[in-house]
Design a protein around this ligand. Structure first.
Ligand SMILES: C[S@@+](CC[C@H](N)C(=O)[O-])C[C@H]1O[C@@H](n2cnc3c(N)ncnc32)[C@H](O)[C@@H]1O
Length: 216
């Protein structure tokens, strides 16, 4: 398992990401079948997973941070919800084929090198059942941090960097790149936004791409 910079981040605060689910996810909850199973990869403190558990879905999640998983499990207990959250690394985790109605990758894919991003997306596509949905939220190439990245980090590809201090990769997505992974899927929603983030730390801007695609 990689040296876990996320673990340090979670230990510094009571809540890193807040408790509101991503808007697009809550908007399309009606597209899931009643007995649908949901997998949240990089579940964090569970803001999306808890939302789906509250709607009655069977929810699993994985994360490399022990503190994030513990916090998610505590919250689900507190709210009398059932979320099966485990400490696992997505690069070695095997996703059961054709199982899930929804797989969530919310603010997770930016932190992998190009080859691992492709492997993760292949595993996710394989794990979805027919008509299953995949939701991905990522920082794009207009993200404020992208401009300064070449001065700060080792550049591995046009939009991919390696941050030695935290042994972490940073990949900024272009719209065509993200769309390109799902040309064989139906696009339910694709949006690009530039907005102020007031959920954690000092208010700051993010440039984000969000996609919800459906397996046919
Ligand atoms: C920016 S946070 C997003 C958390 C959550 N998805 C949300 O939207 O609130 C990224 C999460 O991915 C997790 N993560 C990073 N690398 C991972 C890996 N290799 N396997 C599983 N989880 C990972 C981190 O621990 C962290 O909780």
């Amino acid at each position: 398992m990689k040296q876990n910079i996320w673990e340090k981040e979670y230990r510094n605060v009571d809540s890193l990401w807040g408790f509101k689910p991503n808007g697009i996810l809550s908007q399309y909850v009606g597209m899931l079948p009643d007995n649908g199973e949901v997998l949240d990869i990089g579940i964090g403190e569970g803001r999306n997973a808890l939302f789906f558990a509250a709607q009655g879905f069977v929810v699993e999640g994985i994360d490399i941070s022990e503190t994030a998983v513990e916090r998610c499990l505590e919250l689900s207990k507190e709210h009398n919800l059932n979320v099966d959250a485990k400490i696992q690394d997505i690069t070695s985790f095997e996703i059961e084929p054709n199982k899930y109605s929804l797989i969530i990758l919310s603010n997770v894919l930016n932190f992998f090198p190009d080859n691992e991003i492709k492997n993760i997306i292949d595993k996710v596509k394989n794990g979805l059942q027919k008509n299953g949905l995949v939701y991905i939220n990522v920082f794009d190439d207009k993200e404020p941090g992208r401009k300064k990245a070449p001065e700060r980090y080792e550049q591995l590809a046009e939009h991919t960097f390696y941050k030695e201090s935290s042994n972490m990769f940073l990949h900024y997505f272009t719209r065509s790149e993200l769309e390109g992974f799902f040309t064989d899927y139906k696009t339910i929603s694709l949006s690009q936004s530039y907005s102020l983030d007031i959920t954690h730390g000092q208010p700051h801007f993010h440039s984000t791409l969000e996609i919800m695609s459906q397996k046919s």
